[in-house]
Design a protein around this ligand. Structure first.
Ligand code: DHB
Ligand code: MG
Length: 222
């Protein structure tokens, strides 16, 4: 099995299942302008997030890590009338690019964009005391994932769902001695999950156009 094969199968699924429009296509290319690797979620993964939000009946969604707004568009399009999505991005230039893509996608009116350090902004959401979130998607700087998860639990309702991206990191999550901050963050996150009686969770390895990685799906027990 090779990256070429994973990519061509993703291309096949995309060609059969559609799932693209100009706004999503523009958001998917956001990394080019910033000379970054292609770090957004793939099309099949974006659609998975959308379907999870619909299955969950999510009316309030929190996203930590907007980047170019690709996953934001998929999630926002899952909202029912009256639903809202809050998304947090540390890098202002990414947030500005995302704003354009959200506008183009027709979802800017249901998205509240916050720019700044998520660990500063999340407490302000708690203080504001709005209704709890039904679904949280964590896809930001990897070392702080455990802290983001703690806030996701704090800000969500019982029965809420938390999805975490990049929990496999090319397989490195299995390496106990790996000194990389992201790997250590994902291992600490899993230790936290193991010790957390309020959630039931699984972590799934994935391959595809974006390589070998995976996600965690956690249900906050009702
Ligand atoms: C990176 C971040 C991501 O969220 C991702 O899905 C892939 C890569 C990164 O920072 O390298
Ligand atoms: Mg990611």
């Amino acid at each position: 099995m090779t990256q070429n094969q994973w990519s061509s199968v993703d291309d096949y699924f995309d060609s059969v299942l559609g799932n693209e429009d100009p706004a999503l296509a523009a958001a998917a290319q956001a990394h080019v302008a910033f000379d970054l690797p292609d770090i957004g979620v793939s099309r099949p993964q974006g659609k998975l997030l959308h379907l999870l939000a619909r299955i969950q009946g999510a009316e309030r969604i929190l996203e930590i890590g907007t980047f170019g707004g690709y996953s934001t568009i998929w999630l926002a399009r899952a909202l029912p009338p009256g639903g809202r999505l809050v998304t947090i991005e540390w890098e202002r230039t990414f947030a500005e690019a995302a704003a354009g893509h959200l506008e183009q996608a027709g979802v800017a009116g249901v998205v509240d964009q916050h720019v700044g350090r998520a660990l500063d902004i999340l407490p302000t959401l708690a203080e504001a005391g709005g209704p709890p979130f039904d679904l949280v998607f964590i896809d930001a700087n990897k070392p702080d994932t455990p802290e983001y998860f703690t806030w996701a639990l704090e800000l969500s309702r019982p029965g809420g769902v938390i999805v975490v991206d990049n929990v496999v990191l090319g397989g490195a999550v299995g390496e106990a001695g790996n000194p990389d901050g992201g790997v250590r963050g994902m291992r600490r996150f899993h230790e936290m999950l193991a010790a957390e009686p309020r959630v039931s969770a699984t972590s799934i390895q994935t391959v595809g156009g974006k390589g070998y990685d995976g996600f965690t799906l956690a249900l906050i027990l009702p």
